[in-house]
Design a protein around this ligand. Structure first.
Ligand SMILES: NC(=O)c1ccc[n+]([C@@H]2O[C@H](COP(=O)([O-])OP(=O)(O)OC[C@H]3O[C@@H](n4cnc5c(N)ncnc54)[C@H](O)[C@@H]3O)[C@@H](O)[C@H]2O)c1
Length: 333
């Protein structure tokens, strides 16, 4: 399916992170020559140990334009995944850091790709660019007016600026740029960030750590659509292959599930049965999030996700168990 990438020199920024590990694996399987640049802010070298010998890892901080220009030389394809992307508990109170780091990285990567004449660039944006009152399912709305998702506003604004810059670079320099807006990717190889983790990993961790009562943020009535990381990165590869006109593409489907039902699924799959308490004092974000996938399917040619939610949660539970036993989580807890 990914013949396009065979033999290509590909750089994945932020490749030592959660999605980066999945993307590097798919690219190596497709026969690409893969390099990664990462400053290990949240990702780790060890996250790519399973690909040792197949991926070159460069240490570098992409907030520095000189680092970006120097290390982005010589690639035909760049996937820009580097960024600060934690759960709502962190985003909600670190708007300045989320805005500064994510904006700077994206601007530097685009400028470095221009200078180095990179063939194609994928900018990984986010569904957080959409406003709180976006229609459900959400189509690829223009997002340069009004406010992004309120609990993620620093992050959402940064992703909007990245998208805007990408359209300017495409128009002014005729660069081939793709933009995707992922909706809630999840899966094994997640790097836990304690209370700052995303919703599925946070719940899996609490359940497997034996929290009783199990405290769930918000009413449980809020709903989200999730996509397994394996499907998410395959879609990134297809989007970059098929649409480089800087038009954003949703990366997700119209299959949202209420958080209370998600909790039930995690408990069923894990075989645990703690008392469940919904803490309505805690932020729960938008009531519903779900993607209109029409434009995505037009772009990639009707992709069917491989990983159903239950199987994806089993994958995440096994990953958590394995690493907990190996003591790997000490540095992430
Ligand atoms: N995980 C999600 O729910 C989600 C949702 C939508 C969009 N995204 C986007 O997808 C991308 C990847 O997310 P992820 O979940 O894999 O996050 P992650 O934190 O696991 O990975 C991000 C990687 O970027 C690296 N990084 C951070 N700052 C850097 C810098 N200054 N220079 C170089 N490397 C740096 C980190 O060390 C990490 O390895 C991000 O751009 C994120 O905004 C993620």
């Amino acid at each position: 399916m990914f013949e396009f990438y065979r033999g290509k020199r590909v750089l994945v920024t932020g490749g030592c992170g959660f999605l980066g590990g999945y993307l590097c694996e798919e690219l190596v399987n497709a026969g690409a020559k893969v390099s990664v640049i990462d400053n290990f802010a949240s990702g780790t070298r060890e996250n790519l140990d399973f690909l040792k010998g197949s991926v070159q890892i460069i240490e570098g901080d992409l907030r520095d334009i000189n680092v970006a220009v120097r290390h982005l030389a010589g690639y035909e394809v760049v996937f820009n995944l580097a960024g600060i992307a934690f759960g709502v508990a962190f985003s909600n109170i670190h708007n300045a850091e989320m805005f500064y780091s994510n904006t700077t990285i994206q601007l530097n990567v685009l400028e470095a790709c221009r200078i180095n004449r990179t063939g194609r660039v994928l900018m990984v944006s986010s569904s957080c660019v959409y406003p709180d009152d976006a229609p459900i399912p959400t189509p690829e709305l223009p997002v340069f007016t009004g406010n992004p998702e309120s609990v993620n506003s620093g992050y959402g604004w940064a992703k909007r600026v990245g998208e805007l810059a990408a359209t300017y670079y495409h128009e002014n320099y005729q660069m081939d740029i793709a933009i995707c807006r992922p909706f809630n990717p999840y899966g094994g190889r997640y790097l836990w960030h304690g209370m700052n983790s995303h919703v599925i990993p946070m719940l899996v961790k609490k359940v497997l750590d034996g929290d009783n009562p199990l405290v769930v943020w918000g009413s449980g009535e809020q709903s989200r659509n999730f996509i397994h990381a394996k499907d998410a990165v395959r879609l990134m590869m297809l989007i970059l292959e098929n649409r480089t006109d800087a038009r954003p593409v949703n990366l997700g489907f119209d299959n949202d599930i209420k958080v209370c039902d998600l909790v039930k699924t995690i408990l069923e799959v894990s075989g645990k049965s703690p008392k469940v308490v919904f803490d309505t004092e805690k932020p729960e974000g938008r009531k519903r999030k779900s993607a209109d996938a029409t434009f995505l399917q037009d772009t990639v040619g009707n992709y069917t996700p491989e990983m159903p939610l239950e199987e994806g949660i089993r994958d995440m539970i096994q990953w958590y168990d394995r690493n907990k036993q190996a003591g790997t989580f000490a540095k992430w807890a």
